[in-house]
Design a protein around this ligand. Structure first.
Ligand code: RP5
Length: 178
């Protein structure tokens, strides 16, 4: 609960009246520090989103409800983070035709390689777009790219974002060269 409160500001979508286009779900509140980073990116881009806990193993019926209702609720992409035996992204992908992006969360024993393998090794036919271990930033940017394919306002924001990160690197290089 403390972690949820800490990340509260990051996970609260500013566009509360709008239906969420992106759902961020995670297996446990212990995943929140990793997943909140993705929420911050969505917030920065003004994407309506929601954040919640859905566990494949501890709340399987809730997971089924979430996955089967997401598209009719207007969702366009689901970002699912999980650690260990990380079945959440794959099981959600099995129950929706929406794009699902999996974030392997680094656990304590196997450095997140267990989560990565659990998420990336999907059987043929049920794709999960898997980002690097703990890389919720890329999950959010990929979700925004999905939106940008049919919502040009996000295309423009992405272009501005990439100009800003390029400027940041060029600024650092210039400083170093002085
Ligand atoms: C997974 O088990 C969660 O996604 C989390 O990464 C991991 C550990 O969960 P907790 O025991 O911390 O709740 O289901």
């Amino acid at each position: 609960l403390a972690q949820i409160q800490d990340a509260d500001e990051a996970i609260s979508s500013e566009i509360e009246d709008e239906k969420p286009l992106v759902g961020i779900i995670m297996g446990s509140d212990s995943d929140l520090p990793v997943m909140a980073v993705g929420a911050r990116i969505l917030k920065q881009f003004g994407v309506p989103f929601e954040v919640t806990i859905v566990s494949a193993h501890r709340t399987p019926f809730r997971m089924t409800k979430y996955a089967t209702e997401a598209a009719t609720r207007g969702m366009r992409t689901i970002i699912a983070g999980a650690g260990g035996a990380a079945h959440l992204p794959g099981m959600v992908a099995a129950m929706t035709t929406l794009p699902v992006i999996g974030v392997p969360v680094k656990g304590s024993s196997l450095d997140g390689v267990d989560s990565l393998h659990s998420i990336v090794q999907m059987p043929r036919g049920i794709p999960v777009a898997t980002v690097a271990i703990n890389n919720a930033t890329n999950a959010a940017l990929l979700a925004i790219r999905n939106l940008a394919a049919f919502m040009p306002e996000y295309q423009l924001k992405l272009e501005q974002y990439y100009i800003s990160i390029e400027d940041e690197v060029l600024g650092k290089a210039e400083k170093l060269e002085k």
